[in-house]
Design a protein around this ligand. Structure first.
Ligand SMILES: Nc1ncnc2c1ncn2[C@@H]1O[C@H](COP(=O)(O)OP(=O)(O)OP(=O)(O)O)[C@@H](O)[C@H]1O
Ligand SMILES: [Mg+2]
Length: 228
């Protein structure tokens, strides 16, 4: 569903992504792994359209989107959770979810009841401001917001950063239940290799803005070079 060809991007004169190419099959879950500063976030931002492409192509189901702004890519069905994303800290969980429902999309807006069945822990937190959530709860809210407009492709950046293992497991469970309901394709950039291995069929290793290897879930867990 996604074809990335010789993609280059960066910040001003700093080039980060260097002619990077890969493909994502329909309904595939792909991991992106690599040490700090290697370009994972830059890749996801460029795919979402939050950072402009300096060269190469991004095709979503045959449509070139590398020049499209982020809101158009959202309408085409790409959802994104930014690394360390907060949502709107002064709004409640309920308000944050309602705003996510205003994303223009060709797909269905999931009603709050459906979101709560995917994320049961948010039910008791609906009237809490998002600034008063724990780190793990905030990540669950970020994920919930991203799935409200029923994306076909979810880009997930470091969902497990700074999160204790039991909450990481809960996030993985939520992702699996999203998969069971809609088979959403996902690109999961994460430092937690066991999290990636539990969800993705394969992972690409990014080093200095290039894809240098591909790993199966088993290989990921044994890869000493990727341990931080
Ligand atoms: N806004 C920015 N301006 C300039 N350089 C940046 C900016 N954001 C990131 N970089 C640089 O781009 C490179 C890639 O950063 P990126 O955030 O994509 O890495 P990452 O793989 O996501 O790292 P982490 O595992 O720490 O999240 C790094 O050298 C970083 O310093
Ligand atoms: Mg990052």
């Amino acid at each position: 569903m996604l074809k990335v060809e010789r993609l280059s991007a960066g910040y001003g004169r700093t080039q980060v992504l260097r002619r990077l190419s890969f493909e994502l099959a329909a309904e595939e879950v792909l991991g992106i792994v690599g040490l700090n500063g290697m370009g994972k976030t830059t890749l996801l931002k460029t795919l979402m359209g939050l950072l402009s492409t300096e060269g190469g192509r991004i095709e979503l189901d045959g449509i070139a989107v590398e020049r499209s702004p982020a809101h158009r890519r959202a309408r085409l069905g790409i959802g994104y959770t930014p690394q360390g994303g907060q949502g709107f800290p002064d709004l409640t969980v309920r308000e944050n979810l309602a705003l996510a429902g205003m994303t223009p999309t060709k797909a269905r807006i999931r009603p709050i009841s459906e979101i709560l069945s995917l994320f049961p822990r948010l039910e008791k937190l609906l009237d809490r401001r998002s600034s008063a959530l724990s780190g793990g709860e905030r990540q669950l809210l970020a994920l919930a917001r991203a799935v409200v407009p029923s994306p076909r492709l979810l880009l997930l950046d470091e969902l497990t950063e700074g999160i204790q293992p039991s909450v990481t497991d809960e996030i993985a469970e939520c992702l699996l239940s999203i998969r069971r309901t809609e088979n959403t394709a996902m690109i999961i950039a994460d430092q937690d290799l066991s999290f990636v291995a539990s969800l993705a069929g394969r992972a690409l290793v990014v080093q200095k803005g290039e894809i240098v290897a591909q790993r199966s879930p088993d290989e990921l867990l044994g890869d000493a070079a990727l341990q931080t």
